[in-house]
Ligand binder design. Sequence first.
Ligand SMILES: C[S@@+](CC[C@H](N)C(=O)[O-])C[C@H]1O[C@@H](n2cnc3c(N)ncnc32)[C@H](O)[C@@H]1O
Length: 220
Amino acid sequence: MKKDYDFIAKIYDPVLYLALKPIRIAVMNEIIKYKEKTILDLCCGTGNQLKLLSKNGFKNLHCLDMSNSMLKIVKKNDCPIKTYNEDATQTSFENESFDIVIMSFAIHEKDRNTQEKIINEAFRLIKKDGFLLVVDYVFDNKTTIFNKIVISIIEKIAGEEHYTNFKNYIRNNGLSSLVKKDGFKLIRNNRNLFNGVTISIYQPNIFHSLIRELHSGVIQ
Ligand SMILES: C[S@@+](CC[C@H](N)C(=O)[O-])C[C@H]1O[C@@H](n2cnc3c(N)ncnc32)[C@H](O)[C@@H]1O
């Protein structure tokens, strides 16, 4: 799969930059009050979300991806964004390192085990009073057929493994079956791109640190 991303990195911005621009702006508007906060984009790809934030005065920006080809594109820009070539299932950061963790279009394409590990890792990295912002597909009765077809074609082009994982993600009811209720509570979600995409904000549960320690086995 890592090799797929070398190819995807070449076509990602030419194919998707403009189509995803309204979502990048919507995400920025969600967090516009938090320009001084520490923000991590997990599975950042070419980094367009953080580049937009940087151009609009956000200061403390961190971009992590396992693909060097993607990160090379992040670095092509002059924006002061720190980059990390790491696996999002197991990063080198300390617990509670970030105020905001963003994951956009990062979940649907992974197998269930990897999805769970990445969400658990995000949970570990977010401060008690921080939040998780997830952007990903949603297919329901509000999503237009046209949009379902376009999204499915894009996922098919991304490769067989991506496509299989994407279909399972949709079949399993997307994010709602993944984000554990004991860890996070949904604060709000907004729909975008003709109802084919959801921007969801989750806050760690009030007993965040305790739950995290229970999850990690520190407390038994
Ligand atoms: C579909 S792209 C999304 C990129 C970006 N977040 C966006 O909104 O455009 C998914 C990204 O996840 C990265 N990725 C996949 N598995 C990963 C992992 N285990 N750890 C870190 N990055 C990963 C890929 O390299 C790719 O850049």
